[in-house]
Design a protein around this ligand. Structure first.
Ligand SMILES: Cc1ncc(COP(=O)(O)O)c(C=O)c1O
Length: 347
């Protein structure tokens, strides 16, 4: 079980299976990497500038920020920090399904017991069910806003209710797709209102730095402290550090990409409406579509045309579903054309 389905040699194919940025990073990122010199490689990196600029971009003081080698590192660190045994028995981590696979993988690796909250029909956020799953052993709650793979938002009141009800737990609000949804717990004093919340961010998606690996955790200083103690001192390599600064300094590229994503989602919705396929309007850069029993065959048919989408039909609540990354409009058009042709062939 691993979220990162590795396509053998995708070559010139269209990668629409991992919610990546299909346009690529800002050209400024490549310029920044090219400008590095020999001693930039030979000296351990200095993070002062990247910490200051990232904190400013996220609207927090640097003391509330931990930079990461990708958000996955933050999931791993938070699991090890939070999931110490409770009275000699495993601590519990709540995962609201369907969820990013890394939560269960990281919680399990840290010795925790995963408590899964099943989805509601149509993926309304199961607030009462999550509250009911809390026990005196709960030490970590993973919430994803907006969710992967459904693209659905979590109401802020639900996050606050869960954080209030679990004061001994770390509530990790994974905002990997926040650049497309615009809703963050950082706004409106959320970190002070909910001191046990830590927000997870990645620069892999909207900023297109997936291969460079750059992410962040944001929280109150005392909440981050146990995580900081586990964080390797030079976890962000120098290319990622300069890339992150350059990406944050190019808001036009981000705006342009967000617009592509919005237009791509509208195209997916229109095609699904025309073909009578159910989908969930998404607050992220992908759409979950119910194509029915033909999901696995459809993914294979598209792969033969070197268009890679993700079969999510095995996930809780996702029977018959595929997930399609919605990035550059031309890529989405190519995918929709191939999907329609494959579905017609199969009919
Ligand atoms: C919900 C969620 N969290 C975290 C990540 C991982 O982010 P990163 O690439 O920064 O490790 C992903 C990547 O797909 C994701 O979907």
């Amino acid at each position: 079980m691993n979220e990162y389905l590795r396509v053998p040699d995708p070559g010139e194919g269209l990668r629409l299976h991992l919610n990546e940025n299909t346009a690529g990073c800002s050209p400024r990122v490549l310029e920044a990497i090219r400008a590095l010199g020999a001693t930039d490689a030979s000296f351990y990196p200095d993070y002062a500038a990247v910490e200051r600029e990232t904190a400013a971009a996220l609207g927090v003081p640097p003391s509330r920020l931990v930079l990461l080698n990708g958000l996955d590192e933050g999931l791993h660190l938070a699991s090890f920090a939070a999931l110490k045994p409770v009275d000699g028995a495993p601590a519990e981590a709540i995962v609201v399904e369907p969820a990013f696979d890394m939560y269960a993988a990281c919680a399990g690796a840290a010795g925790g017991r995963v408590v899964a909250v099943p989805p509601r029909p149509d993926f309304d956020f199961p607030t009462e069910e999550t509250l009911a799953a809390l026990t005196p052993r709960t030490r970590l709650v993973f919430l994803t806003n907006p969710n992967n793979p459904t693209g659905q938002r979590i109401p802020r009141a639900a996050i606050e209710a869960i954080a209030d009800a679990a004061p001994r737990a770390l509530v990790l609000v994974d905002e990997a797709y926040v650049d497309f949804s615009g809703e963050t717990m950082i706004d409106g004093g959320g970190l002070d209102r909910c001191p046990n919340v830590v927000v997870g961010r990645t620069f892999a998606k909207a900023h297109g730095l997936a291969a460079l690996r750059a992410g962040a955790l944001v929280g109150r200083e005392t909440t981050l402290e146990p995580i900081l103690r586990l964080t390797p001192p030079y976890n962000l390599n120098v290319c990622a550090a300069v890339a992150l600064r350059a990406a944050l300094a190019d808001p036009d590229h981000l705006r342009w990409y967000r617009d592509q994503v919005e237009r791509s989602k509208a195209l997916v919705y229109a095609t699904c409406d025309r073909l009578g396929l159910h989908y969930w309007p998404s607050a992220a850069n992908f759409v979950l579509i119910r194509v029915g029993p033909r999901a696995t065959a459809l993914v294979a048919a598209l792969a033969r045309r070197r268009i890679f989408i993700r079969d999510r039909s095995g996930e809780p609540g996702c029977a018959g579903c595929v997930r399609v990354t919605t990035g550059v409009v031309a890529h989405t058009e190519a995918c929709l054309e191939a999907m329609e042709a494959a579905l017609c062939d199969a009919a």
